[in-house]
Ligand binder design. Sequence first.
Ligand SMILES: Cc1cc2nc3c(=O)[nH]c(=O)nc-3n(C[C@H](O)[C@H](O)[C@H](O)COP(=O)(O)OP(=O)(O)OC[C@H]3O[C@@H](n4cnc5c(N)ncnc54)[C@H](O)[C@@H]3O)c2cc1C
Length: 430
Amino acid sequence: MFSIEEKWSNWAETFTTPQATIYEPASIDEVCTIVKQAVKQQQTIRAIGAGHSFSGVAKPDQLAVSLTRLRGLVHLNVEKHEATFWAGTHLYEMGPLLEAHGYALANMGDIDVQSLAGATSTGTHGTGITLGSLSSQVVRWGFVDGLGHYREVTRHDPLASSLHIGLGLFGVVVQLTLKVVPVYGLAYESSRMTVAETLHSFQQIVTTNRHAEWYYFPGQQQMQLKCMNAVPYDQLERKPTKALDHFIENRVLQGMSSLCKVMPRATTAVSQISAKAVPIGTRQDVSYRVFATPRQVKFAECEYAIPLHHFEAFLEELHYTMSRELFHVHFPIECRTQRGEAGILSPTQQQDSAFFAFHMYKGMPYKRYFRYMDQLLRKYDGRAHFGKMNRYTRCELERLYTDIDIFLTQRHQCDPNGVFMSEYMRKILI
Ligand SMILES: Cc1cc2nc3c(=O)[nH]c(=O)nc-3n(C[C@H](O)[C@H](O)[C@H](O)COP(=O)(O)OP(=O)(O)OC[C@H]3O[C@@H](n4cnc5c(N)ncnc54)[C@H](O)[C@@H]3O)c2cc1C
């Protein structure tokens, strides 16, 4: 069976394993063999995706299994509007595969390099108050459990609400069936709006646009509003973003970030310039090409869901806090929304929610800033995204997730030997 020995590191380089053995199985049988072997040798094994989690959720202790050889569309059920993919498929591969059959994903986040299994194991989400996370689109999981047995679980199974955000703790997910929608285009519009205007019209904008998201520039009045609305596929006037625009955007951000790293006091000026330079414009394309943009500038990130009705109060407090210039930060704060959903570890906990994401350029100190936001968001019932930097402990999980005991019991039933446990997961769960 194919395996490589190498250093493992996540994209943000916040977690590293100096030497890991990474298996790359080419069939479900091979996954079963890897798991059985690990159990026999009393080793632990972590399923890894594209390494795009900022937290240590994907960090292997010694052995890892990557599904890079298990990618692609397995089956499309036209009557049910359901598509089954190998779980190692990257999100950027899914759009064109589905489009060829007249389908699309209902929603996506702002990048598409993640693996399907990785993205759905942490509840990766986009924005849109009528839409759920990628995990909410899953109707069937095919996975190899901790005894090396292949199992299938559907949405109606009691295990589904644990698997919803499973963090790699229940098994190696090998196939996923997702509810898909007829292919559609998106019309994107970027505009400027002040904090006061956002506070006034947030609810109306969120309910009248399929997707809306804001960028708040630390300490600045001016925000960026990005809205995306569906366009029938056959009426699409393709006006894509040019690759050159992405390149320039990333180069400008890289330049400003390098400056802020050597001269942290420049962050205020950089924020002012960024807020004034918010691009105004529109574009149109098939949905998956509008959702995702390339991210070449590295950063660390944490993100929290709060109940939607707290949005205005939190934004006001955030603006007051950031105006005091307590932190040297020039990356804008991203504000999105999501329909509530029922996964046991879902940060939205069945209530429509707003997400606030905080970024810090790689190499600039982020701990004090993230800790402060974590404390501030407690007042607003904030729950952290598991794929992003967080301060979860067992005690915190018990406070925030009422069914955590069910999650842990089911985890133990699926993996009685703890073969999918890792040092990082143990710190949080035990
Ligand atoms: C630049 C950037 C932008 C991002 N944008 C967004 C965004 O818009 N919205 C959002 O919600 N998140 C976003 N994220 C976070 C990211 O989507 C999640 O952390 C996601 O989990 C990463 O997927 P991955 O394939 O890299 O998985 P990894 O990070 O490699 O793994 C994540 C988890 O999935 C588990 N896993 C992976 N494969 C399997 C498998 N086959 N079986 C079982 N478990 C498995 C791992 O064990 C781990 O627990 C972003 C991250 C970055 C770096």
